[in-house]
Ligand binder design. Structure first.
Ligand code: ADP
Ligand code: MG
Length: 213
């Protein structure tokens, strides 16, 4: 199949929550090296609260909206508003849609990226989650333009997210809390870029499973 029913939304959200909770200690450890060490704790608290609010029957848009609103209102630091906006924008882009197809998911990714950049003003190479999200979105859209199937484009997105995340290791933070440490941030992965990779990889994984049905 080259699309899946939006009704499978809560399943996708559940896997996102599990991924963040499983990696909470790792994400805080990364943030501890060049930040204040709260990234995994913040993220896992927010995703856990969203899971408690999640309607079992939620379609993808409703599930993403619950996640976005919960992160926006309940989570402090840089991440609450940024990921809150990311998921809320993705939700708005697929509102009332019964089927999620390749083009629609590309629109959702682009809406999420624009929301994050409008709010946080980070560019590629600033050593933030944008270093994961921007190339992942670009690769996804480029794959579709080149004739890839939904599944192939998702795989390309996940690979680009991973290399985007890895690219932050050699960068010096230009924005956010870590930028205060300047050169000392070189040699460390960015925590937000890593959580963004985990999120996109989990999203691709659940969507690939739904497409294979
Ligand atoms: P805080 O920095 O408030 O402690 P977190 O530790 O939860 O918040 O998140 C830190 C992450 O936030 C960084 O690793 C970086 O990826 C991301 N980040 C910080 N500022 C921005 C921004 N303006 N735009 C995008 N991402 C950002
Ligand atoms: Mg932090």
């Amino acid at each position: 199949m080259d699309s899946f029913p939006a009704a499978n939304g809560s399943q996708i959200i559940r896997r996102l929550v599990a991924t963040i909770q499983d990696n909470a200690a790792y994400l805080s450890e990364l943030d501890g090296a060049i930040g204040d060490g709260d990234h995994g704790i913040n993220m896992s608290k927010g995703f856990g609260l969203a899971l408690a609010q999640l309607d079992e029957q939620a379609d993808l848009s409703t599930g993403l909206a619950t996640l976005g609103e919960t992160l926006f209102t309940e989570i402090g630091g840089a991440m609450g508003p940024l990921y809150g906006t990311f998921f809320s924008e993705m939700a708005a882009a697929c509102q009332n849609r019964k089927t999620i197809d390749a083009i629609l998911f590309g629109t959702m990714l682009q809406a999420g990226l624009h929301g994050v950049q409008d709010l946080g003003d980070a560019k590629v190479c600033d050593k933030t989650l944008v270093d994961t999200l921007a190339p992942a979105t670009k690769s996804y859209v480029a794959a579709l333009t080149a004739g890839a199937t939904f599944a192939e484009a998702l795989q390309r997105m996940a690979r680009a997210a991973e290399s985007g995340k890895e690219s932050t290791r050699d960068l010096v933070a230009q924005i956010g809390r870590a930028s205060r440490l300047g050169e000392r941030t070189r040699g460390h992965l960015d925590a937000g870029a890593t959580s963004c990779y985990l999120i996109l990889d989990a999203m691709a994984g659940s969507m690939l499973a739904l497409l294979a049905k």
